[in-house]
Each structure stands twice: as structure tokens, then as C-alpha cells.
Design a protein around this ligand. Structure first.
Ligand code: URA
Length: 224
């Protein structure tokens, strides 16, 4: 893959933001105040992908600015990170009416923006927040209850990345058990960010890397 500097990738991200800001690809554009493209560090090692903008996000044009966002900020702070260190966005860039669930055709129409964001930001780890982002990016129907806190390696936007599914902070606001689990899963993020990049899927793996990958696989079992 061609090497691009962080400045070049950022410039393309700004161009993508401009394109998304005028998006009329699906009917959600009719009810929106603002497109919520996402924000944060354009060269972040860690990216969070939520579900869809809510009322406050739609009004401000920024992701996770309501109560769920405040909880996300708090949990990030507990591992020494802030919004400036990460990039935060959503599966859908426009608010669904009445905050209903995203529909499959809306996700399908909007996903090229997300894939391009991943391609341009080049994160090491993508934390999907809740079911919609997790199912989309892991291309699986397995729900968040069975996959949270277990890193998976996937090919997204032409790059091999670790996906680390997490409970949605809004779910953690409703249940202390979910909050405790989310906090525990997030506490493992710093170690995950220190891991060497995953071996590209389909690459011919040299023996040493294969042994390392095997060791990593058995480590993953510890996340049981
Ligand atoms: N919930 C989400 O999934 N995304 C936001 O931006 C806000 C709340």
C-alpha cells in the first residue's frame, strides 16, 4: 500500500468531511440539523465507532456530546486518554427520527464514509460501541454480549486492524453491571494499543510471526 503522510491523510479527511456535510444519499438528510461526521485526532491509534447521532449530537454536529459521551470521556480519563487522543464517530452520520435503530439500508448507504475514515485515520484499534457498529465492522451477527472485550483482527479499508468491541456507554448508563464490564474492558485498551500490529490476513507468515500470533491467540483466551 502507498505510504501517505499524516498531513496528506488529514487533508483527505477534511475533504471527506466536506463531502459528507452535503450528503443526500438517504432520506435521513431530510430530518437532520447537522451531519455528525466525527471528531478528534485525525491520526489516532484508537478510534471509537458508536451507533448514530442523538438529539444533542444532531444539534451540535459533534459525536457523543450527551450523557453517553460524558461517560465515555470519564472512562477514557481513567486510562489517561482524552478526546484529543482518539477519533470518535458513528455508524450513521445523521440522526434517525426519534432515535430509532438504524435500518439496514441506512447502514449500507452510510458505511462508505466509515470505511474511508478508517482508511484515512489508520487506527491500530477500533473500539465498536454496541451492536450496530460491532456487527457492521466484524461482518457478523454475533451480538455485543458475546463479543465485548475480545479483540478480533479484520481487514477494513484495505488495512488489517484490531476491532475491540465494547458495550455502548448508553447501555452502561442503564445498568451498573454493564458499566462495570465496560470499565473493565476499557482498562485493557492501553495494553492492546501496545501490541505489535496484527499480521495482515492472507499474508505469508514467517515462522517467528506465526509463533507470536499463536502466543497471542492463547493470550486472547485469557479474556474469556
Ligand atoms: N450514541 C451514539 O451511538 N452516538 C452518539 O454520537 C451519541 C449517542
Amino acid at each position: 500500500m502507498q505510504f501517505r503522510t499524516a498531513a496528506e491523510r488529514r487533508e483527505d479527511l477534511v475533504a471527506l468531511y466536506r463531502e459528507a456535510s452535503g450528503c443526500v444519499r438517504c432520506p435521513l438528510h431530510q430530518g437532520r440539523t447537522n451531519v455528525v461526521f466525527g471528531n478528534g485526532n485525525a491520526d489516532a491509534a484508537l478510534m471509537f465507532v458508536g451507533e448514530a447521532p442523538g438529539h444533542h449530537e444532531d444539534l451540535q454536529g459533534l459525536p457523543f456530546v450527551g450523557r453517553a459521551g460524558q461517560l465515555l470521556d470519564q472512562l477514557l480519563g481513567e486510562i489517561g486518554l482524552s478526546r484529543k487522543d482518539v477519533f470518535v464517530c458513528n455508524t450513521l452520520k445523521c440522526q434517525p427520527p426519534g432515535n430509532r435503530d438504524p435500518q439496514p439500508d441506512e447502514i449500507d448507504t452510510c458505511k462508505p464514509y466509515l470505511y474511508r475514515q478508517v482508511e484515512l485515520i489508520e487506527p491500530k484499534v477500533i473500539s465498536t460501541l454496541g451492536n450496530f457498529a460491532t456487527k457492521l465492522l466484524t461482518r457478523s451477527n454475533r451480538g455485543i454480549t458475546s463479543v465485548h472485550g475480545r479483540p478480533q483482527v479484520h481487514e477494513i479499508g484495505g488495512r488489517t486492524v484490531r476491532i475491540y468491541p465494547l458495550y455502548h456507554p448508553a447501555a452502561a448508563l442503564r445498568s451498573t453491571g454493564t458499566l462495570a464490564q465496560l470499565r473493565e474492558d476499557i482498562s485493557r485498551l492501553p495494553a492492546l494499543l501496545e501490541e505489535p500490529p496484527p499480521v495482515p490476513i492472507g499474508a505469508v507468515v514467517p515462522v517467528a510471526a506465526a509463533v507470536a500470533a499463536e502466543a497471542e491467540a492463547s493470550q486472547m483466551d485469557l479474556f474469556g
